[in-house]
Ligand binder design. Structure first.
Ligand SMILES: NC(=O)c1ccc[n+]([C@@H]2O[C@H](COP(=O)([O-])OP(=O)(O)OC[C@H]3O[C@@H](n4cnc5c(N)ncnc54)[C@H](OP(=O)(O)O)[C@@H]3O)[C@@H](O)[C@H]2O)c1
Length: 299
C-alpha cells in the first residue's frame, strides 16, 4: 500500500514533488495559498484541500515546499495544535539555523520532523539520478524512505537538521568548481592550435571517464584529510606544481582566462614554500582554510 502524502506549496518545486508522488501511486493531497495552481495536478489525480489545516489533516505525512522558512512558519504556526503525532518533512531551502529552529518548534508541537534539501531543479524530480538530502531522526527517515524514493534518490546525512542546508552549499561549491574546470578545459581543447578543434561533446566523452580517476583521488584523500597525514605516493605537490605551469602557459597561449589555474597554483606554491612539496594534493586543505582559523596552516 502506498502511503498518503500531503504537499503544502505548489510553486514549481512543490508542484513537481506532488506530481512525483501522484505518479508513484500515492494518494496526494495538495494545498497552495493562491488558488488555481493545483489544477494540473488535480487532472492527474491529486486532491486539493480547501485550507492548509485540511491538507494537514488528510494524512500523517506532510511535505512542505514554500519559498522561505518564514513562509513555513506563517502557514504552520496557526496549526501548531494539530501537529501532534504527525510527520513534517520540510524541503524548503534556507539557512542551517532556521532548520534547527523549525526542528525545535516541531518537536515542541509533538511532530516528527525531517529537514531536507532538493539537489535538482523541478524537472529532475522523480529521477533516481538526482539527490534529496534529509536529516533528523534516522527512524523517521527509514519509516518514510520508500515514499521519499518517489522523488529521487533519498540520502540520509545525519541527525542534526542543519546538515542538509550545509551540504547544499558545499555540494554546489563542488559543482561550480568542477563545471568551471570543465569549461576551462573545453575552451583549451577547442581553441586553434596543436591538437585543437576538439568539440565539447568529443572532449566530454573522455572527461566523463576521467571523473572516475578524480573520484579515486577524492576517496584516497578524504582519509588523509581526516587523519591529517598526507603521504604523496608517486604524485607529490612538486610534480603537481610543474604540471600546473603547463596549464597556465597553455591558457595564456590559447586565450583562456588564467584566474582558475592561478588560484590552485598559488595554493600549491604556498604549500611548497611551507615545506610540503613532497606531500599529496590533499595537504592543500590546510591552505584553503583561512589563516587565523582553527587548524589553519602557518602563514
Ligand atoms: N525551483 C528550483 O529549482 C528549486 C531547486 C531547489 C530547491 N528549491 C527550493 O524549493 C522551495 C520552493 O521553490 P519553488 O521553486 O517552488 O518556488 P518559490 O517561489 O521559492 O516558492 C513558491 C511557493 O511558496 C509559497 N509561499 C510563499 N510565501 C508564502 C506565504 N507567506 N504563505 C504561504 N505560501 C507562501 C507560494 O505560494 P503562492 O503561490 O500563494 O505565492 C508557492 O507555493 C524554495 O525554498 C526553493 O529554494 C527550488
Amino acid at each position: 500500500m502506498s502511503a498518503d502524502v500531503t504537499v503544502l506549496g505548489l510553486g514549481p518545486m512543490g508542484s513537481a514533488l506532488a506530481g512525483a508522488f501522484v505518479a508513484a501511486g500515492h494518494r496526494t493531497t495538495v494545498w497552495n495559498r493562491t488558488p488555481g495552481k493545483a489544477d494540473p495536478l488535480l487532472r492527474k489525480g491529486a486532491v486539493e484541500a480547501a485550507s492548509a489545516g485540511a491538507a494537514l489533516g488528510a494524512g500523517p505525512l506532510t511535505v512542505v515546499s514554500l519559498s522561505t522558512y518564514e513562509a513555513v512558519q506563517e502557514v504552520l504556526r496557526p496549526l501548531a495544535g494539530e501537529l501532534a503525532g504527525r510527520t513534517l518533512i520540510n524541503l524548503t531551502s534556507g539557512p542551517p539555523v532556521c532548520a534547527r529552529e523549525m526542528d525545535a518548534w516541531a518537536e515542541h508541537a509533538g511532530a516528527a520532523y525531517l529537514d531536507g534539501v532538493v539537489m535538482t531543479t523541478p524537472s529532475g524530480i522523480g529521477s533516481r539520478h538526482f539527490l534529496q538530502l534529509y536529516a533528523g531522526s534516522p527512524t523517521v527517515f527509514e519509516e518514510h524512505r520508500e515514499t521519499l524514493a518517489a522523488l529521487g534518490d533519498p540520502v540520509y546525512v545525519g541527525a542534526d537538521t542543519a546538515l542538509p542546508s550545509v551540504y547544499d552549499t558545499t555540494l554546489l561549491c563542488q559543482m561550480w568548481s568542477t563545471l568551471t574546470g570543465w569549461l576551462h578545459s573545453v575552451v583549451l581543447i577547442g581553441a586553434d592550435g596543436p591538437g585543437g578543434n576538439v568539440t565539447a561533446t568529443q572532449y566530454t566523452e573522455v572527461a566523463n571517464r576521467w571523473m572516475d580517476t578524480v573520484r579515486f583521488f577524492m576517496d584516497a584523500y578524504a582519509s588523509q584529510v581526516d587523519s591529517e597525514q598526507y603521504p604523496s605516493g608517486d604524485f607529490p605537490l612538486d610534480l603537481h606544481r610543474a604540471t600546473m605551469g603547463i596549464l597556465t602557459h597553455a591558457s595564456e597561449l590559447r586565450g583562456a582566462d588564467t584566474g582558475m589555474p592561478e588560484l590552485f597554483t598559488a595554493l600549491t606554491e604556498r604549500a611548497i614554500a611551507a615545506g610540503h612539496g613532497n606531500d599529496s594534493y590533499a595537504r592543500l586543505v590546510e591552505f584553503v582554510r583561512r589563516e587565523g582559523r582553527p587548524g589553519a596552516a602557518p602563514a
